[in-house]
Design a protein around this ligand. Structure first.
Ligand SMILES: [Zn+2]
Length: 309
């Protein structure tokens, strides 16, 4: 498989905290940004497959939307262990957003990767799909499945405890969603020559959020953002939502998905995060680390900008 390795600009976490503390003032009414010792993320309320986000932090961008639209490519099946090996972290811990393993689940789905690979393998990955009756469900993938399809945007680390960026944000006063707000602040601070990659987990503690779940694959070609929008199923789901997220401040020609977040919960709902629908009420709590490398795997040869929201 084609693998390209790029280097992010890696600012000190304290510098990132300072930049976000000041820069998010137009987006949230209450902001606390600090560097803290990572709590054990395997515990409530996060339910991750590893304790922390430290050790060889990387973002892996695998495949891409061109393998989904206009029509899906059934040959595009991937495996987290294989991606961990290719990225040089064979015992790596992944969180992020992916398309589900259609060959395992039996249809297209949203995947919430949450898996530790290698000798201490632990799989807490969930998926969400549209059922045959038109409803939705979210549950864990089969324990032995380490697969996904078509595309993924993953934060990879050794899952070690250590220093992380902690953000506590209340009452959204800006128009951007959480990830767009953070990206814009980082781009403003570090500029287009210094791409900064961030990933980890955030909790929507209060309020509701607009999420989508992809239905089964379209049999008619999806040729525009409007076509994709008509095809997707949208929902408003209540907190608490555990959101697995990666983002980059800019794309210096790496063909990136600039941000991507999938959410799961302990109350049976999950999907692809768009934005909270309750700005007055919303509270976010985030634990992030900065990535040192971007690993671009199986980049589509022909690309487009449809369906990247
Ligand atoms: Zn998604």
């Amino acid at each position: 498989m084609d693998v390209k390795m790029h280097s992010y600009h890696v600012p000190d976490l304290h510098e990132v905290a300072d930049v976000l503390q000041k820069g998010l003032a137009n987006d949230f009414a209450e902001i606390s940004a600090a560097v803290v010792s990572c709590p054990d993320l395997t515990k409530e309320p996060f339910h991750l497959a590893a304790e922390g986000l430290g050790g060889s932090p990387r973002i892996c961008d695998v495949g891409g939307v061109p393998y989904l639209v206009p029509l899906y490519n059934p040959a595009k099946k991937y495996n987290f262990q294989e991606i961990a090996n290719l990225a040089g972290v064979p015992d790596g811990f992944f969180v992020g957003a992916a398309a589900g393993p259609f060959h395992v689940v039996g249809s297209n789905s949203e995947l919430m990767p949450n898996i530790r690979c290698g000798t201490s393998r632990r799989n807490e990955t969930h998926y969400a799909k549209i059922t045959e009756s038109g409803g939705h469900l979210m549950e864990k993938v089969p324990q032995d499945s380490s697969d996904f399809g078509l595309m993924s945007n993953l934060f990879l680390s050794e899952g070690q405890p250590g220093s992380v960026l902690h953000l506590s944000l209340k009452r959204r006063i800006g128009k951007d969603n959480l990830t767009a707000a953070i990206r814009k602040v980082l781009l403003e601070a570090f500029g287009p020559e210094k791409p900064v990659g961030l990933g980890g987990v955030f909790l929507i503690k209060k309020g509701k959020a607009k999420l989508h779940i992809m239905p089964d694959f379209s049999t008619v070609p999806l040729k525009s953002d409007d076509d994709v929008d008509q095809w997707l199923r949208y929902f408003e789901f209540p907190a608490p939502l555990i959101c697995l997220s990666v983002m980059s401040s800019c794309d210096p020609g790496w063909d990136l998905r600039i941000d991507h977040t999938h959410c799961f919960s302990t109350h049976g709902v999950g999907g692809h995060y768009h934005y909270d629908t309750t700005p007055e009420e919303v509270e976010y709590e985030c634990f992030f680390n900065v990535a040192e490398k971007l690993v671009r795997i199986d980049q589509p040869k022909e690309t487009h900008n449809i369906g990247r929201d």
